[in-house]
Design a protein around this ligand. Structure first.
Ligand code: ING
Length: 304
């Protein structure tokens, strides 16, 4: 047995005007509650430091840059790192990353980091599957401009030894693509961590709005089962700047069973003790990759 007690720290809405300090204070409160329940790893949502700003067409570069972090930790996020190492708890944090390359070029990514209980940065992941569109599309009730504000991730899907197992990271739309979970599975990941900001209303196909919760769990339960991994998925939820975001943060077993789920669309901690050894029930049998996969037949998956 390799038990790991993990928490999904769901966030309710973050207003455009909320300060970093106020938001970080919410994160610290959730971290403390999770630690109080015995969690040693806390998973926060995607873009957990700000409102989901890709919902707006933002023309002023200064306005856009205000949503990004140029350093991590910076002065305003340091309290989260300090609280975590004081409590001996690690965490996954999603945020908008601004990187200035040696040549002075600025790059923006939708990023998540994994920090271990000693406060050490274990790994960084930059979102690979960016949904939405590039240009302003006024016909939409709200925009989804991730393709405009972020570059696709350039670090690949990562796996890191930490928390007594092999941890992987993803972000939001990544969870809808089976390739995400399969690549993580092929890298030996035993627990995938991901945050999401998922509007209930999907302007291109509004007749699917009532299926957002179903599709959210469908993708992750399949991913967990087909690759024999635990999945911890944390929402930014609730009515945020007039846009309803899906809640239903959850913790999913390698069998695909949901073992814990949020029941509000506000700040809420859910926890589960996950035996990382249970991944063997799947990885060594029904989805024993080296015995069952027929990769000669899979070429189209990586073809154009
Ligand atoms: N959000 C959404 C997601 O993939 C979306 C975008 C919503 C796509 C609904 C399809 C349907 O969960 C982010 N941030 O990727």
């Amino acid at each position: 047995r390799r038990p790991l007690t993990v928490a999904a720290a769901q966030l309710g809405p973050i207003a455009r005007t909320d300060s970093r300090a106020a938001t970080v204070a919410r994160l610290v409160a959730l971290l403390r509650e999770a630690a109080g329940r015995g969690a040693t790893l806390v998973v926060f949502p995607e873009l957990a430091l700000t409102t989901f700003f890709p919902r707006w067409y933002i023309e002023d570069p200064a306005d856009l840059d205000a949503f990004f972090e140029a350093e991590m930790p910076g002065p305003e996020t340091r309290p989260l790192f300090d609280a975590a190492s004081d409590l001996g708890v690690g965490f996954y944090l999603g945020y908008a990353e601004l990187v200035t390359a040696p040549d002075g070029a600025r790059h923006r990514f939708n990023t998540a980091i994994l920090v271990d209980p000693s406060g050490r940065l274990v790994g960084t992941y930059r979102k690979i599957h960016l949904p939405g569109h590039v240009e302003h599309e006024p016909w939409r009730a709200f925009q989804h401009l991730e393709k405009r504000y972020f570059e696709p991730g350039n670090l690949g899907f990562g796996a890191w030894r930490a928390f007594g197992g092999v941890m992987g990271m993803a972000l939001c739309n990544d969870r809808r693509w089976p390739e995400t979970f399969r690549v993580l599975g092929l890298k030996g990941v035993e627990m995938a961590l991901l945050g999401y900001n998922t509007p209930i209303h999907y302007p291109p196909v509004p007749e699917h709005d009532h299926l957002q919760g179903f599709h959210n769990h469908l993708c992750m339960q399949a991913g967990a089962y087909q690759n024999g991994m635990w999945v911890v998925a944390t929402a930014k939820a609730g009515r945020e700047e007039g846009c309803d975001l899906l809640g239903q943060s959850c913790i999913i077993a390698p069998t695909g069973e949901i073992v814990a789920m949020a029941s509000t669309v506000a700040d809420e901690v859910i926890t589960a003790t996950c035996d990382l050894e249970r991944t063997r029930e799947i990885k060594d049998h029904i989805f024993k990759f080296d015995l069952h996969r027929q990769i000669a037949e899979y070429g189209p998956i990586t073809a154009q």
